[in-house]
Design a binder for this molecule. Structure first.
Ligand SMILES: N[C@@H](CCC(=O)N[C@@H](CS)C(=O)NCC(=O)O)C(=O)O
Length: 201
């Protein structure tokens, strides 16, 4: 299997963490792609032109990151990614992590895709507010950390890594409880350091 991703992608990071947690590293080759380049050529296996995208041996493409994690769990025979006994809680926490990460991506895209004079300060403030409110929410709704790492924990760790990369890690000062949470996560899943969102030169 091939995983199309990029080192900075938070959703790619979540999938790479899932691969490490499920010990599937030897079965998945991670390929770095440039989404803008592939979109231009129209050759992306995901019609949305987004990463991450898993391409299996038979050529079938799986997206988005949630569906990829689910497909990998089924492939590995893993039943703890979304544990049955706390299914709704994990899915809600995962949705919060996803929304927070999407808000951070929108901040980055606003900066990257619009000319400086065309930025909407109102829109940016809304996204920053979503991020802050969700961080607040996670203080009281921390995903459980275990050697069998659930989807919400993977999503939050990848999302916090993206805030480190793109928003200068300001969350660490405002939310020390989550900094402690991430540090415990890394102790249990050290692969975080190699798979967190990062810029590779
Ligand atoms: N819901 C998707 C979101 C994926 C996503 O937004 N990926 C970003 C990079 S992290 C992307 O490909 N952006 C390029 C684009 O939107 O064309 C998932 O969970 O996989």
């Amino acid at each position: 299997m091939k995983l199309l991703s990029s080192p900075a992608s938070p959703f790619g990071s979540k999938v790479k963490l899932a691969i490490a947690a499920m010990d599937l590293g030897h079965q998945v080759q991670v390929l770095m792609i440039d989404t803008l380049g592939l979109n231009a050529e129209g050759s992306h296996p995901n019609p949305l032109g987004k990463i991450p995208c898993l391409v299996r041996g038979d050529g079938s493409a799986v997206f988005d990151s949630f569906v990829i994690c689910d497909a990998l769990a089924r492939h590995a025979g893993v039943d703890w990614l979304v544990p049955e006994h706390c299914r709704e809680q994990v899915l809600v926490q995962h949705a919060a992590a996803t929304g927070m990460t999407e808000a951070a991506l929108l901040v980055v895209y606003e900066d990257r895709m619009r000319a400086p004079g065309a930025h909407s300060e109102t829109w940016l403030a809304m996204q920053h507010q979503k991020i802050q409110q969700t961080l607040d929410w996670f203080v009281d709704n921390q995903p459980q950390i275990s050697t069998q790492m659930n989807l919400a924990a993977l999503g939050l760790a990848a999302g916090l890594g993206y805030l480190d990369l793109r928003l200068a890690g300001a969350w660490r000062q405002s939310h020390p409880a989550l900094e402690q949470w991430l540090s415990t996560f890394i102790q249990v899943l050290p692969a975080y350091e190699a798979t967190k969102p990062q810029v590779v030169h």
